[in-house]
Design a protein around this ligand. Structure first.
Ligand code: AMP
Length: 149
C-alpha cells in the first residue's frame, strides 16, 4: 500500500482526531480568584490553561508566570493579591483560536509559537485543545510508517 505523507497529513483537513476534547482539558473560569487558578495550574502540572466563561465560551489563557508576575511586588510577593484579583483581570485574552473545520496548515503554523492552541466552534464555545505534542506525534508516526515501507 502506498503511503502519501502529503495526503495523510498536510492535506488532511480533519483536526478532530488530534484534539484533546474539552472534557479532558483542565480549565478555569473568568470569575475565579487567582488562587484557584494557581491551584489548578500547580496540581495539573501545566504551565497554562484555557479560561472559559459560565456558558463555556473561550475567553483567554492564564499561566503560572502571569500570576506570579502579578503578585510580585517591588520588594516582596503580595500574596493577598491571589484572593483579591480575578482570573479575568490577569489572563491573556489575545490568543490564537482554531475552529474544528480549519485546515491543518493553519494549526501547524500556530503551534510554532504556541505549545497548544484552543479550539472553538462557530459560536465561540470551547471544544478542546490541539497540542504541539500531538502534532509531533502524528508526524513521527507517519514518517516511521513511510520509512518502514
Ligand atoms: P503537552 O502536549 O502535554 O506537552 O502540553 C502542552 C501544554 O498544553 C501544557 O503545558 C498545557 O498548557 C496544555 N495542555 C495539555 N494538555 C492539557 C490538559 N489536559 N488540560 C489543560 N491544558 C493542557
Amino acid at each position: 500500500m502506498m503511503f502519501s505523507f502529503e495526503k495523510d497529513i498536510i492535506i488532511n483537513p480533519n483536526l478532530e482526531n488530534l484534539i484533546i476534547s474539552a472534557d479532558k482539558v483542565a480549565h478555569v473560569q473568568i470569575e475565579n480568584p487567582l488562587e484557584h487558578a494557581l491551584l489548578v495550574l500547580i496540581k495539573s502540572g501545566y504551565s497554562a490553561v484555557p479560561v472559559l466563561d459560565r456558558s463555556f465560551k473561550l475567553r483567554g489563557l492564564i499561566s503560572t508566570t502571569m500570576i506570579m508576575d502579578t503578585v510580585l511586588g517591588i520588594e516582596s510577593f503580595e500574596i493577598e493579591r491571589l484572593s483579591q484579583l480575578k482570573v479575568e483581570e490577569v489572563m491573556n485574552d489575545n490568543i490564537p483560536r482554531l475552529r474544528v473545520g480549519h485546515d491543518f496548515m493553519r494549526a501547524l503554523g500556530l503551534t510554532i509559537n504556541h505549545p497548544f492552541v484552543c479550539i472553538e466552534d462557530e459560536e465561540g464555545f470551547f471544544k478542546g485543545i490541539l497540542t504541539r505534542r500531538s502534532i509531533i506525534k502524528l508526524f513521527t508516526k507517519s514518517l516511521k510508517k513511510r520509512s518502514d515501507l
